[in-house]
Design a protein around this ligand. Structure first.
Ligand code: ARG
Ligand code: ZN
Length: 878
């Protein structure tokens, strides 16, 4: 059943308060809910029934204003409770029985290990009690939890603890009240036997907030970094946005079974434990970085998401795009701005661009959906953040801040739409964003082509931009977008030239933002002394595909000297990609591949450049992945996974051979001196050192494998340990199996470290990997019910090992379909995430297409197919 944005109507009834009483028991749970309901007279009259959402629950009793409802006063179906003839104001009390122990979908109330927890976004609250489960119904919540005192000493919900007590049957109870109105997707409840790390934060206005992180007792030594990240986030939001925390207590709970990263429930965030738990022996630099980022993200939601929430789910990017933008800026301030930008754009191009060009293409504000959970996408999140970033660029930091100040002032406590956000930006700055709004309604990645003309005689330089947005399944014709293009011009000396546009009396700054609005537009610069090399789309100022027609020499030049580090990195990537695409062509026609010496030299110069940040060098010298090459290859023909693998392998190996001593030296120079620390300088050294290790691994000599195994043995932190082990995992050498076994021995009691162990074996490029993955499904530490394990084993094989997954036999496809069918019955959200790998089946050769299609059809024909999987598969096949 498709839902459309254009059909949105405000609710017929408001709920002002909800009082919950949740009795947690060993087999089932009783939920009594008391709602005070008020008719929305703008939308409804006496004849309008009250319709509540609910499913998987048994209705025990219902009372309206204290009187039991008789059978003829209400109707239920699988998803609704309908009560006709209700007064303009009334209280409704319902009692339902639910079975969290049986809930494997991890939506609503469920068990994870020894604890109870909830996940309500997007539409999980309807698994807990009858309620108008939509974000524009905001109510005040109180919640009493009753449970066994020994098994569940900790009982948590949103807001402040107001009362508690013991019962004489061994149970106890706790009452929580949340003073802020909120939509039901922000409700949370947790019960368990948990360790609590406690700290306090003094806000800028001088209030003390209690900070509590709850984890299983065995993880008590892994919470410090999360706590530190929380404190940094709170401080940053005060400084950057003037946003202060509003309750007296902020809680975070780590759970092992969780469908996504984390959830911003008011005052009680629930996190996938992977984004909380860390210590140097068990977590990598990337893990630490992600923890800081996700803690910040959920914290920032308190204002962008909770205080101001969504009118309907189509507006999801209002909170997610904005909050991702905010967490990106936070991370940039905590680490390195260019490196963070590079990492973000890598994700955007590797995942969002394909989504935008595939069967699931949708605008940042989707116009329709079948299952909302399928729209927690890179488009809504990451492209949504890019759209906010463009507004930030167009208005500048001060203008943007004026806009957010106005937004918070106007809309605090409301459920609003994207128009309200952009409207505040426009009003605070007297700006016009009407054309800009197309970024929210048109899917597809615009292509921007640039033609350049230098006129030596008149010393002018003209850049002509054309833009075109490709058709997507939902929309054929697109109107031109408002696109900010940040630009600089480099002289022969590699320096930025002063920029003077025709009509200006003097030169302005060396980076200018040109605003494209028409399908074709020309910008002319005057007083240009020589033909420049343009550095276009600096900092990736818009989420577009740029066709600038650079020669290899121009790209090598930009890679060597662009002052904009993002574009410097990008020039290198484009050059390497171009070189590898040529190698792919050679390999396919049977020509012996060959790497040009100037490419090797340009690589070496960056490797040995001591002026550059080491994390930047590591990013710059990480060649485009096989998946990234596949995307580029698909722009001009079928993807050939075998040739892609061969070409990339050849390139890495040739570089390793040619630069062996450089890599060895870089490795030696960047060993950690002293204890492990999570800070940019040390992270940079480790990234560069482990990059060198990765290249050296491709030499595949006995001496090299001994060396890498030795690094693995003596590593004293997980970053180095896993780096060495993953290099070994791709090598056919005698050290491989013992190292993998040793790692298991060492870490078998740590579920998060074991995820790395599963993932690395699934990503191995060796033949026989699929059989290994199948064998690991039976491993006692694997569980198909645990999403992290599914992502680690099945996700890594299907998503991170394209060469083996796309084996021409089709065995990989059949394996995936089997797992999707299995997961469909267990956890539809995870099943639909997994099946999405097949979305791009049409980009492969006829043989693989047929094999993938067969599997998609097999999935489509599965009895009891969830709406989640149905939506993805039917769109892929359409
Ligand atoms: N709001 C959460 C976050 O971005 C994610 C919720 C995802 N929900 C889902 N059904 N996939 O922090
Ligand atoms: Zn979010």
């Amino acid at each position: 059943q498709v839902k459309y944005l254009r059909d949105y109507r405000p609710p017929a009834y408001w709920v002002d308060t909800i009082d919950l009483n949740v009795e947690l028991k060993e087999t089932d749970t009783l939920v009594r809910s008391t709602l005070t309901v008020r008719r929305n007279t703008d939308e409804a009259d006496e004849t309008t029934p009250l319709i509540l959402n609910g499913r998987n629950m048994e209705l025990m009793s219902a009372m309206l204003d204290g009187n039991p409802l008789s059978e003829d006063q209400y109707q239920t179906d699988a998803e609704h409770l309908t009560i006709s003839d209700v007064p303009a104001r009334f209280t409704l009390e319902t009692t339902v029985k639910i079975q969290p122990q049986q809930n494997t979908s991890l939506e609503g109330l469920y068990r994870s290990g020894g604890m109870f927890c909830t996940q309500c976004e997007a539409e999980g609250f309807r698994n807990i009690t009858w309620f108008p489960d939509r974000p524009d119904v905001m109510a005040r919540y109180s919640c009493t939890i009753v449970a066994d005192r020994k098994k569940y000493p900790i009982l948590l919900s949103n807001g402040n603890l107001t009362d508690s007590g013991d019962m004489d049957d061994g149970r106890h109870w706790v009452r929580w009240e949340d003073p802020f109105k909120k939509p039901c997707y922000l409700f949370a409840l947790v019960a368990g036997d948990l360790f609590c790390l406690e700290d306090t934060f003094r806000t800028q206005s001088g209030r003390d907030v209690a900070l509590r992180i709850f984890v299983e007792h065995e993880n008590r030594d892994k919470c410090d970094y999360a706590m530190q990240s929380l404190r940094k986030s709170m401080k940053w939001d005060e400084e950057a946005y003037g946003r202060e925390y509003d309750l007296d207590i902020y809680m975070i709970v780590a759970v092992n079974d969780f469908n996504m990263g984390a959830m911003e429930n008011k005052g009680l965030n629930v996190f996938n434990s992977k984004y909380v738990l860390a210590k140097p022996e068990t977590a990598t630099d990337a893990d630490f970085w992600n923890i800081e980022r996700v803690i910040a993200h959920e914290y920032f939601h308190n204002w962008t998401g909770n205080r101001i929430t969504l009118r309907n789910w189509f507006q999801l990017s209002l909170k997610e795009g904005l909050t991702v933008f905010r967490d990106q800026e936070f991370s940039s301030d905590m680490t390195s701005r260019p490196v963070k930008r590079i990492a973000d754009v890598r994700v955007l191009r590797a995942y969002q661009f394909p989504e935008d060009g595939g069967p699931m293409a949708h605008p940042v504000r989707p116009a329709s959906y079948i299952k909302m959970d399928n729209f927690y996408t890179v488009t809504v999140y990451e492209k949504g953040a890019e759209v906010i970033r463009m507004i930030h660029r167009l208005l500048g930091p001060e203008g943007f801040r004026k806009g957010t100040d106005l937004y918070f002032e106007r809309h605090d406590g409301q459920a609003v739409s994207i128009e309200e956000f952009v409207g505040a930006m426009a009003d605070a700055n007297g700006a016009d964003f009407s054309q800009f709004m197309r970024w929210y309604s048109q899917a597809g990645t615009p292509e921007v082509t640039v033609k350049r003309a230098y006129d030596a005689e008149n010393r002018t330089y003209a850049l002509t931009f054309t833009q075109k947005c490709p058709p997507t399944p939902d929309m054929a014709d697109k109107a031109p977008m408002h696109i900010p293009v940040a630009l600089g011009l480099l002289g022969r000396d590699g320096e930025d030239m002063p920029l003077q546009l025709r009509g200006e009396s003097e030169p302005g700054p060396t980076t200018r933002v040109l605003e494209l609005r028409a399908a074709e537009e020309t910008f002319e610069f005057v007083n240009v002394p020589e033909a420049p090399v343009p550095s276009i789309l600096r900092g990736f100022s818009a989420p577009v595909r740029l066709r600038a027609g650079y020669t290899d020499e121009e790209q090598a030049f930009l890679f060597a000297c662009d002052s904009d580090e993002f574009n410097r990195w990008d020039a290198g990537q484009n050059l390497f990609a171009k070189v590898m695409l040529r190698l792919i062509r050679d390999i396919r026609v049977g020509t012996a591949p060959d790497l040009r010496p100037d490419m090797i030299e340009s690589f070496r110069q960056t490797l040995r450049n001591t002026d550059l940040d080491k994390s930047f060098i590591a990013q710059a010298l990480t060649l485009p992945t096989e998946s990234e090459l596949a995307i580029l290859m698909s722009e001009s023909g079928d993807i050939d996974p075998d040739a892609i693998h061969a070409a990339r392998h050849f390139t890495v190996r040739t570089l390793a051979q040619a630069l062996k001593s450089d890599f060895e030296q870089v490795f030696d120079e960047n060993r950690d001196a002293g204890p492990y620390r999570v800070e940019p300088e040390a992270i940079g050294r480790r990234s560069l050192k482990n990059l060198a290790l990765g290249y050296l691994g491709k030499l595949e000599t006995p001496a090299v494998s001994r060396f890498i195994a030795a690094q693995f043995q003596k590593a004293d932190n997980m970053t180095d340990e896993i780096a060495a082990l993953s290099v070994l995992s791709h090598m056919d050498c005698e050290e491989r199996e013992p190292a993998i076994a040793r790692f298991y021995e060492r870490w078998q009691s740590d579920v998060l470290v074991l995820d790395k162990w599963f993932a690395l074996q699934a990503a191995a490029r060796l033949p026989g990997t699929l059989d290994k993955v199948k064998a690991l499904l039976e491993h006692p530490d694997f569980s198909i019910k645990n999403p992290n394990k599914v992502r680690a084993l099945i996700g890594a094989f299907c998503g991170m090992n394209p060469w083996r997954f796309h084996d021409a036999s089709g065995a990989g496809y059949e394996f995936l379909a089997d797992r999707v069918i299995e997961l469909n019955a267990i956890n539809p959200q995870i099943a639909s995430r997994m099946v999405a790998v097949l979305n791009h089946w049409k980009k492969y050769d006829a043989g693989r297409q047929a094999l993938m299609k067969t599997q998609l059809e097999r999935i489509a024909a599965t009895p009891d197919l969830s709406e989640n999987v149905y939506e993805i598969v039917s769109k892929a096949l359409a």
